[in-house]
Design a protein around this ligand. Structure first.
Ligand code: FAD
Length: 450
């Protein structure tokens, strides 16, 4: 017989856990949380590497110091998470060419201005495109060509659009970003949060309502209930389901729906882009790079866009860890996920030798996360087109009968961020609670009628 409860939550990342918290605060404790992975956290995931804790997924709390307080920053303060301020603004003065020369700040500044102008033009032409009058502007857009322009264009588009286009995260919560550098991991704030509504002992969640290693494969839904089938052949029946699986998972065939999701929903899911973002960690026997705080971020300008472009040393976060991080995205991420880590190490070393000379030591260890090939993720985060119409996000988050959607990808203002996941968990659950009250009201009415 199926396990019966009031609400099934699929996924124990920040959005699923926040949903459970809000339900509990409203007296709905009769829930079960089904999580495919072997631990909570989802895209908040730490690993021990080279003697320290590294974050394979979310690393920063983005949007701090503004008029409004970022709720994830509040959670970090409550759980006394150790963080350090990231000053990206220096990165543009630490641009290396393939022979190891740092571009003079004048050239860097000019290229930077050119790349920003080109990005703004591109945006305008997209906007015009949106209004079906793109021709003139599109022609005037000058594409970045030189290695330094390509590198800056990559940084602007694949990381920071803030200088080109106002981003809600920075407008609402402030422009500062803090790197989580805590041995307990970013996930520590999730465990702290979970203590409020799940039974925990000595920092471990012992609550039988949380089922780890439980992969949802089918959601059958009708007017009256939902029936969820898991990979191990178990059944769970409930009045409602909150589904927090990522947009990449929704695009895959991991979960089937019976009856199938309506066309408008499937189309919206298909139309939302998935971004792959990969942080590769390299551990060295000793440091050979400049370790000053203002050298934390540095850029490699290559003729191939996005080729080991964006680097960070870990001295600010973990002094003497002798660690570098390089970030790849999209096509480059997929490419390195498909090859052996030894091949990736070879490529990274070649780039480092170009920057710092032939005598640098070889990395002792490498860590390559694989978010694209992870069947419970299928990518790193959702990426709405800049001039996405309001309809797309509306359709992504709109419930289908008793299935309620949540997660970073359902956040209109903060998709792609931890706080987007958190706020979406609250929004979705409030909508569900309203629906439950309506449902109860109707039942009471029909009972009164009978
Ligand atoms: P998830 O955390 O993915 O939770 C969904 C859960 O559902 C997962 O645990 C998954 O295992 C589970 N699941 C999926 N399918 C099934 C199934 N069939 N059955 C059962 N369970 C299932 N954000 C920031 O704010 N700052 C950053 O610096 C930052 N950097 C990032 C870097 C990387 C590499 C990545 C990958 C993400 C980054 N993000 C960052 C984004 C942030 O991590 C996410 O937006 C947020 O964690 C998403 O939370 P979520 O609850 O929506 O989804």
């Amino acid at each position: 017989p199926p396990h019966r409860c009031s609400v099934i939550i699929v996924g124990a990342g920040i959005s699923g856990l926040t949903a459970a918290k809000v339900l509990s605060e409203n007296g709905v404790d009769d829930v079960v949380i089904l999580e495919a992975a072997d631990k909570i956290g989802g895209r908040i995931r730490k690993e021990k590497f080279g003697g320290v804790t590294v974050e394979l997924g979310a690393g920063w709390i983005a949007g701090v110091g503004g008029k409004q307080s970022n709720p994830v920053w509040e959670l970090a303060l409550q759980s006394s998470l150790r963080t350090c301020f990231s000053d990206y603004s220096n990165a543009r003065y630490n641009i290396y060419d393939h022979s190891g020369k740092i571009f003079p700040s004048g050239i860097a500044a000019d290229s930077y201005k050119k790349a920003v102008d080109s990005a703004i033009q591109k945006l305008r032409s997209q906007e015009a495109n949106h209004h079906e009058d793109a021709s003139i502007l599109a022609e005037t857009t000058s594409a970045p060509k030189t290695p330094i322009e390509l590198a800056i264009d990559f940084i602007l588009h694949d990381f920071e659009m803030a200088e080109v286009e106002p981003i809600s995260t920075y407008v609402d919560f402030g422009e500062r970003e803090f790197l989580v550098a805590d041995e307990r991991g970013y996930e520590h704030l999730l465990y702290k949060m979970a203590e409020n509504f799940l039974f925990t002992s000595e920092g471990k969640i012992m609550d039988s309502r949380l089922k780890l290693n439980t992969v949802v494969r089918e959601v059958q839904h009708s007017r009256n209930s939902v029936l969820v089938t898991t990979e191990d052949g178990s059944f769970y029946e409930a009045n409602y389901v909150i589904l927090s699986a990522s947009i990449g998972v929704l695009q895959s065939d991991l979960i089937s729906f019976t009856p199938p999701l309506p066309r408008w929903k499937m189309e919206a899911i298909r139309n939302l882009d998935v971004m792959v973002y990969t942080k590769i960690f390299l551990k060295f026997p000793y440091k050979f790079w400049p370790c000053e705080p203002e050298k934390e971020f540095f850029i490699y300008a290559h003729e191939r866009r996005g080729y080991y472009t964006f680097w960070q040393h870990m001295e600010n976060a973990y002094p003497d860890s002798n660690m570098l991080v390089v970030t790849l995205t999209n096509g480059e991420s997929k490419r390195v996920e498909a090859q052996s880590d030894q091949d990736t190490l070879r490529e990274a070393m070649e780039v480092l030798r170009n920057m710092f000379g032939p005598d640098i030591p070889k990395a002792a260890d490498i860590l390559v996360p694989r978010w694209w090939n992870n069947r419970f993720q299928r990518g790193s985060y959702s990426n709405y087109p800049i001039y996405a119409n309001h309809q797309l996000v509306h359709d992504i988050k709109e419930p289908v009968g008793r299935i309620f959607f949540t997660g970073e990808h359902t956040s209109e203002k903060f998709s792609g961020y931890v706080h987007g996941g958190y706020l979406s968990g609250i929004d979705t659950t409030n909508a569900l609670l309203e629906e439950m009250r309506r449902d109860d009201g109707m039942k009471n009415e029909s009972q009164a009628f009978l």
